[in-house]
Design a protein around this ligand. Structure first.
Ligand SMILES: Cc1cc2nc3c(=O)[nH]c(=O)nc-3n(C[C@H](O)[C@H](O)[C@H](O)COP(=O)(O)OP(=O)(O)OC[C@H]3O[C@@H](n4cnc5c(N)ncnc54)[C@H](O)[C@@H]3O)c2cc1C
Length: 217
């Protein structure tokens, strides 16, 4: 609600969150963009887009298979799928600026979803059109985040956080919606070491070097 200026070394400008605005056309040339994509440009999948107000939001609104409901050969994973609604309760600043964090389809959930969808597509090819689809709901998935706050072998520091599940489930975990045994954060040298090790592991995995499939998303 108040205005001011902050000193900073580095900053990141975050644009409004939206899909790339692809157009979709059927074989007969008719425009099917509204069937395939939500108004925000992300692809419609097996989510409940009719949940309405915050009070009605449920963990089960979140997609499991990421298959387009109209075209069974189309999937959207990671950042590309249209979430059913935000995760956090919509808020606004005292002067009315809306504060609605976008659901985080960050590296870890995107990787896990991508893997499930890749398995589903393989099964459709190898086992037939009706093969059961693999599932990766963000309401059943945990995520970890390690944010660097200074490098150095012995004096480095990073904040390490885990959250489970990413989408809160207030029916299963009344109060916070999260399992507090698996939702915690700590800052220190250990976090820096984890970040350093993950850095090398993920580059190894990206290069598909020996044993890459054993390295988790
Ligand atoms: C500045 C920044 C910092 C971030 N930091 C972190 C972090 O520290 N930790 C974290 O977990 N996440 C972080 N994220 C988020 C994370 O990078 C994304 O959520 C994640 O990469 C999404 O994965 P994705 O595979 O869904 O999409 P993307 O990684 O965006 O992959 C989409 C791919 O599709 C390709 N593509 C697009 N159009 C076409 C086309 N027509 N034909 C063929 N290919 C196409 C693109 O080139 C791209 O390679 C950050 C994001 C940003 C922008």
């Amino acid at each position: 609600g108040s205005y001011g200026e902050e000193e900073f070394d580095f900053s990141m400008l975050i644009p409004p969150f939206a899909g790339v605005g692809l157009k979709a056309y059927a074989k007969d040339g008719s425009d099917i963009t509204a069937t395939v994509f939500a108004p925000n440009g992300f692809m419609k999948v097996d989510a409940n887009y009719a949940a309405g107000a915050y009070e009605n939001w449920k963990a089960t609104d979140w997609p499991k298979t990421y298959q387009n409901p109209t075209y069974s050969n189309m999937f959207a994973c990671g950042i590309a799928f249209a979430p059913p609604h935000p995760i956090s309760k919509p808020m606004s600043s005292p002067n009315g600026t809306p504060i609605n964090p976008t659901p985080p389809r960050t590296g870890m959930p995107s990787g896990i979803i991508g893997k499930a969808v890749a398995h589903s597509i393989c099964d459709k090819i190898l086992k037939g059109e009706n093969a059961p689809l693999h599932e990766a709901s963000m309401a059943h998935m945990g995520a970890a985040c390690v944010a660097s706050a200074g490098k150095g072998l012995f004096n480095g520091t990073a904040a390490a956080m885990t959250i489970y599940p990413v989408v809160p489930d207030f029916d299963k975990y009344p109060g916070t919606g999260r399992d507090t045994d698996y939702t915690f954060g700590e800052i220190g040298l250990a976090g820096h070491w984890i970040k350093h090790i993950l850095h090398h592991l993920f580059i190894w995995k990206a290069k598909l070097k020996a044993g890459w499939t054993l390295i988790p998303e």
